[in-house]
Design a binder for this molecule. Structure first.
Ligand SMILES: C[S@@+](CC[C@H](N)C(=O)[O-])C[C@H]1O[C@@H](n2cnc3c(N)ncnc32)[C@H](O)[C@@H]1O
Length: 266
């Protein structure tokens, strides 16, 4: 019988060659800065546009908060702002023009793209809410006051943090009592047939397409490697509970390839 190598689950990301947390962060920041020009195109191409559905579903999951007058929402690791925009659209759809939506990320070129997308004219100017405010900041040390948000989200960003517990602590600090956190992340499907098929695509095909289109092979081999080392949904839920969140739950979508975790600060 063969021995299957199970990658160790780490307390934070460690891209190849990084010796410590500082080096991990610096590499991640550089990597996302480098791929910013092709980031959106590759997201849609490699996921067959399912990424748009996942972000829309994530925004819809927090409808109650997004309907709230003067809701304050922070999308961490916002990248080019696709979830930030989905959250804003959801609030607008509910007729809430007073929601204050913020996005933050530490890769400047990603934020430049996010703000370009956000300043595009609204399809229906009459429902246009106040704009999104973007901040260039590290998710482990954010320039926002304690208890200043009703909702803190992160889509495909949390996995890239150098220290997961510190990321959860920061999210918890930022939430008002009653506020919620939403973490959308990749997961590894466990199905007997779909699991191996998906892993073949994710580990063999995706890095080749991503590397060829972006010209940055490292970023697209880092993606499957980082997902393999990321805590499984149950483990992430346990980490969230340990960080102080209540009512922690998660839902897996698209055959278990992504999971939305949520929790509440009481
Ligand atoms: C895979 S992208 C996700 C972007 C966006 N949320 C989306 O749904 O497409 C991960 C983002 O997390 C950001 N990021 C990773 N670690 C970070 C940190 N410590 N502080 C701030 N941003 C971080 C990266 O710069 C990158 O833009």
């Amino acid at each position: 019988m063969g021995i299957v190598a199970v990658p160790p689950k780490l307390p934070g990301t460690r891209p190849e060659g990084a010796q410590n947390e500082g080096e991990s962060s610096a590499r991640i920041r550089q990597m996302f800065s480098d791929i910013a020009p092709r980031y959106d195109l590759l997201n849609h191409l490699l996921s067959l546009s399912l990424d748009r559905v996942w972000r829309r579903r994530t925004a819809a999951a927090f409808d109650r908060i997004l309907r709230g007058p003067h809701a304050r929402v922070l999308d961490l690791c916002c990248g080019t702002g696709d979830l930030t925009l989905a959250l804003q659209r959801r609030a607008e759809k509910a007729g809430n023009r007073s929601a204050a939506i913020f996005g933050s990320d530490f890769a400047h070129p990603m934020l430049v793209r996010a703000s370009q997308k956000s300043s595009a004219p609204a399809a229906k100017p009459e429902v246009r809410s106040r704009g999104i405010e973007y901040a260039e900041a590290d998710a482990l040390q954010l320039p926002f006051a304690d208890a200043s948000f009703d909702l803190v989200t992160a889509a495909f960003g949390f996995r890239n943090l150098a220290i997961y517990d510190a990321g959860l602590r920061e999210m918890f600090r930022l939430l008002r009592p009653g506020g919620e956190v939403g973490i959308l992340e990749f997961a590894e499907p466990t199905g007997a047939l779909f699991g191996p098929l998906y892993r073949f695509y994710f580990r063999q095909i995706l890095p080749r397409i991503g590397g060829a289109v972006s010209g940055r092979g490292f970023a697209y081999s880092y993606l499957p490697a980082s997902v393999a080392k990321f805590p499984a949904p149950d483990d992430l839920a346990a980490m969230m509970t340990r960080a102080g969140f209540a009512n922690v739950s998660f839902k897996c979508w698209t055959g278990g390839t992504v999971a939305l975790h949520r929790g509440q600060k009481l």
